[in-house]
Design a protein around this ligand. Sequence first.
Ligand SMILES: *[C@@H]1O[C@H](CO)[C@@H](O)[C@H](O)[C@H]1NC(C)=O
Ligand SMILES: *[C@@H]1O[C@H](CO)[C@@H](O)[C@H](O)[C@H]1NC(C)=O
Ligand SMILES: *[C@@H]1O[C@H](CO)[C@@H](O)[C@H](O)[C@H]1NC(C)=O
Length: 213
Amino acid sequence: MARTVMNLIFLMLFSTTCCRAYDFTWGLARSVGDTLKPGDILNSSSCLVSASSNFILAFSKPVHLLDTYLCIWRNDSSSTWNANRLRPLLYPQGVLSWDEDGRRLRIIDPAGDPISLFKPSESTDYEISNTSTLMARLLDDGNLVVQELDVYRSTKVLWQSFDSPTDTLLPGMKLGVNRRTRRIWALKSWSTENSPNPGAFSLQWDPYARQLQ
Ligand SMILES: *[C@@H]1O[C@H](CO)[C@@H](O)[C@H](O)[C@H]1NC(C)=O
Ligand SMILES: *[C@@H]1O[C@H](CO)[C@@H](O)[C@H](O)[C@H]1NC(C)=O
Ligand SMILES: *[C@@H]1O[C@H](CO)[C@@H](O)[C@H](O)[C@H]1NC(C)=O
């Protein structure tokens, strides 16, 4: 318990000190609405803004660094999610878009393979209809979702950023472990004040001790 509290305090310290290390590049970026459809691109000059302007998705860069990360920000200025904390790109090169088939959402990296955010899973039985359109939408709770829109079926959420936590737990997000797939949902602090790279502190559910630690 004491450790949980300590970790929480560290996480809070990390998130408050670290977020100031970002340049607010999205403050200059132009809003293109809350949705990214196949054919649309998001780059360092543009941002997605959720319907009630609560959250912003934009390429952002830490002060003094040339790195850029795709982040979700609370409109009051703290970042809540980072899409590429393991693979920063060179500012201002970041581009988020759908592939030609409109089925795979990825960050294009001029120096290497794209960073995939969503691609249809081959391991599930669910098949995306060839009559449907996929869209990425930033919701007012800070969740970036990939939705399947089909005239013949109801809208289905195929992917959500809430399933890849960074260092911030928002209402609606869950931490835990899937024992079958061994998937873990955990928070990880930044490594240093200027680097969102995963650091030494994490908060996750321990299935054996049955507690968050
Ligand atoms: C972003 O895309 C727009 C439209 O294609 C372009 O005018 C602008 O220069 C791009 N910005 C960056 C930073 O690449
Ligand atoms: C943040 O919220 C304020 C007040 O609702 C709004 O005026 C502003 O445009 C929002 N910022 C962005 C980037 O949407
Ligand atoms: C969609 O799939 C159906 C059967 O799965 C096929 O008959 C049809 O030609 C496909 N349509 C397109 C546009 O690919």
